[in-house]
Design a protein around this ligand. Structure first.
Ligand code: GDD
Ligand code: MN
Length: 403
């Protein structure tokens, strides 16, 4: 059971209330200035607000500071989670505990200027925005000096990879506002990794996404918790979002991607086997049988077939594991041996379809007689689609798998 320490019970929505959710992990030094700056802005703008800090049991004095702030009259409360860690799930917990009509999320480390809160909230209040991002990458926004090339590049690449899901310039941002009603239409949230904003844009089916420029400041106290692990999680997250948004088409794209890597593995193995196995084998054969004899010629041909077959088999096995682990990751729990032989059958039938089309197209349609390579390409596409259909509906079908 999760221990949630909360001064007030989570409850119903309060009209006109703004909830500012702040996920924290070891941010004790930032809490006081953060709460004071949020309070200053909100009070100056005459807004009714609450601050919900969701801390993952930092044990750094957070509880004490939060108690002092509450005693000093700030409408701030602390939710402490003990059995769970993670930025995204903390934000979701905060949203669930919040009572505001408008939900805002921001970092504790003062990277996100509390003074920009009003600009984030206004489009939700008056322009019917589904989601408003405090954005670094729209005109007027930016990041503080001192971002190394690596962090900058990292952020750019990650943003580009989110393109298929949103046209927002800064969908990675952890500074955003949305109406509670939009949050409530969220579909099966999978809070993996850091990109809770992106997850919400996709799963809450946000259409009217706005961006307001902010200046992203460097943190003053403590350390960033963004690690390599989070980057790997991001890739997993993107896959899940793609499966969610594009369904079988996403699976097909991954299947083709795996296929391309398989082709490379095939050629690499082929090359290796030719050098390491075929050449010595041929030399041995030639030494054993007289040159030009029936046996010498045929044995060499058989050896090539063997090597080619081996390369194909290695690539097929490679494809099998990747598809099982990635493309159809829902089948990871299924019987691998059963799936393996079925995959081999699916690949073989796919190859037959490929071969059949390649040979019959030129025979049936004169046009392809002149363009045999084109017929080959049609064969490849048809074989792949056939193989995919079998993999999807038979080899890695959803039933009888657990996850
Ligand atoms: N509860 C909880 N649990 N909070 C966490 C956890 C966790 O496991 N990990 C991090 N946080 C809190 C931090 O305490 C901070 O308030 C906020 O989440 C952001 O964490 P940072 O460690 O400061 O992340 P960052 O500065 O590298 O990343 C920020 O910028 C990215 C874009 O450059 C975040 O805003 C990201 O969401 C954003 O993608
Ligand atoms: Mn930060």
């Amino acid at each position: 059971m999760e221990r949630v320490i909360s001064s007030e019970a989570p409850a119903t929505t309060t009209t006109g209330l703004i909830s500012v959710i702040v996920p924290t992990y070891k941010e004790v030094d930032n809490l006081r200035p953060l709460v004071e700056r949020i309070a200053a802005t909100m009070t100056a703008e005459g807004r009714h607000y609450e601050i919900v800090v969701v801390d993952d049991n930092s044990r750094d004095g957070t509880e004490g500071v939060m108690a002092e702030l509450a005693a000093a009259g700030f409408p701030a409360r602390l939710v402490t989670r003990v059995n769970q860690r993670g930025l995204s799930s903390a934000v979701i917990e905060g949203f669930r505990q919040a009572r505001g009509e408008i939900l805002v999320c921001m970092d504790a480390d003062l990277s996100h200027p509390p003074e920009a809160l009003g600009q984030l909230i206004v489009p939700v209040e008056t322009a019917g925005a589904d989601f408003v991002i405090g954005s670094r990458y729209v005109r007027g926004g930016g990041t503080e000096e001192g971002w190394g090339l690596f962090r900058w590049l990292n952020s750019k690449v990650a943003t580009l990879m989110a393109r298929p899901f949103t046209s927002a310039r800064d969908p990675m941002a952890g500074f955003f506002a949305l109406p509670r009603a939009v949050f409530e239409r969220a579909d099966s949230l999978s809070p993996i990794g850091y990109k809770i904003g992106l997850e919400l844009i996709v799963k809450c089916r946000c259409r009217n996404v706005r961006e307001v420029p902010i200046h992203f400041a460097n943190r003053k106290f403590g350390q960033s918790k963004l690690s390599l692990r989070e980057q790997i999680n991001y890739i997993k997250h993107l896959k899940r979002l793609a499966d969610y948004k594009y369904g079988w088409f996403s699976h097909l794209a991954q299947f083709c991607l795996v296929g391309v890597t398989g082709a490379l593995v095939d050629l690499g193995t082929y090359k290796l086997l030719i050098v390491k196995l075929l050449a010595p084998l041929e030399r041995a054969l030639l030494a054993t049988f007289p040159t030009g004899s029936f046996l010498a010629d045929h044995a060499a041909g058989e050896a090539l077939t063997l090597v080619a077959g081996l390369a194909i088999w290695v690539a097929m096995t490679w494809n099998f594991f990747l598809n099982r682990r990635l493309t159809f990751s829902h089948s990871r729990g299924g019987n691998a041996l059963r799936q393996y032989w079925q995959f081999v059958v699916a690949c073989s039938l796919g190859a037959l379809v490929n071969l059949g089309i390649r040979v019959s197209l030129p025979a049936i349609i004169p046009f392809f007689n002149h363009y045999k390579l084109l017929a080959g390409a049609v064969g490849i596409v048809a074989g792949t689609v056939f193989n995919f259909a079998l993999s999807h509906h038979w080899v890695f079908r959803r039933q009888e798998t657990r996850e």
